[in-house]
Design a protein around this ligand. Structure first.
Ligand code: CP
Length: 302
């Protein structure tokens, strides 16, 4: 059984195959009839133990476009609230003859744990602060679409790196594809291990913006922080927030990305998020094709 647990575990060739497959599905998604019969006999459960808008809907749409049968599970409102374990929950779902599990969980490593216990394909839809592989794939695919290639491009990931699974998966994916990667944020929001990942580090957002071709901006993950916020949201917005004038004044082409949800007025002003620099909604559009590619490739390899 094959899984997509993280970008760390896959090769550049795997990523290129996913991109080539996603190119074909993107063509399908631009046709009047957007559905293909590829996964007609496959049943997929989207098992979400954490909130989501984009990832959950994007997976569900990708599955429906592939003609899979789909069931959706949210921990809130389920028997998890009565004390049922993760493994019991998933085993009960699998007993209903489900073939693939797409899972989001707040614990880093939860899908890896499951992959050792169950006999079904697992796709990690975000595990705590660890990885969010399909987000990184759709981000890199969007850069490739906008700039022609990822290799040789300079990408700055700006924001709360410490609590972000998007940051880690992006670093792995972009480096595998030959990009130069930098991170930028206040020292309190950069993890201690960041120096071991071969990334450039900026503490000044202006310098990061001047250096990069692409700014991938992350939100402050309030739900993963305990105790007093340092910096506060107001301080963060003042010293690291990005507005449209900052982007215009660079006098160069710069691509602005954000995985969502945006905290408007904190990491990005609305005039930046909605500016011509932004490809934020293209990222969302590409997410469906990328997830179709991942599910199709996993299902076709058993
Ligand atoms: N990008 C992302 O993971 O968004 P959601 O949390 O809404 O799924």
């Amino acid at each position: 059984v094959r899984h997509l647990l993280g970008i760390k575990d896959i090769t550049e060739q795997d990523i290129q195959l996913i991109f080539e497959t996603a190119d074909q599905f993107k063509e399908v998604l631009n046709r009047p009839i957007k559905k293909v019969p590829s996964l007609r006999d496959v049943t997929i459960a989207n098992v979400f133990f954490e909130n989501s808008t984009r990832t959950r809907l994007s997976f569900e749409l990708a599955e429906k476009r592939l003609s899979a049968d789909v069931i959706n599970f949210s921990a809130s409102g389920s028997s998890v609230k009565k004390g049922e374990t993760l493994l019991d929950t998933v085993n009960n779902i699998l007993a209903m003859k489900v073939d693939m599990i797409v899972m989001r969980h707040s614990s880093p490593g939860a899908p890896h744990f499951l992959s050792r216990k169950i006999n079904a394909n697992i796709v990690n839809a975000g595990d705590g602060t660890h990885e969010h592989p399909t987000q990184a794939l759709l981000d890199a695919f969007s850069i490739r679409e906008k700039l022609g290639q990822v290799a040789g491009k300079k990408i700055a990931i700006i924001g709360d790196i410490m609590h972000s699974r998007v940051a880690l998966s992006n670093i792995f994916a972009l480096q595998k594809l030959g990009a130069e990667v930098a991170v930028c944020g206040p020292p309190t929001l950069l993890p201690k291990y960041i120096g071991d990942l071969g990334v450039k580090i900026f503490w000044n957002v202006q310098e990061a913006l001047q250096w990069c071709d692409v700014a991938n901006v992350l939100r402050i993950q309030l739900e993963r922080q305990t105790g007093k916020l340092f910096p506060s949201l107001r301080e963060y917005a003042l010293y690291f927030g990005i507005n449209k004038k900052m982007l215009d004044d660079l006098n160069k082409e710069i691509v602005l990305m954000h995985p969502g949800p945006i905290n408007r007025g904190v990491e990005l002003t609305s005039d930046a998020a909605d500016s011509p620099h932004s490809i934020i909604l293209d990222q969302v559009e590409n997410g469906v094709a990328i997830r179709m590619a991942v599910l199709y490739l996993l299902a076709s390899r058993g």
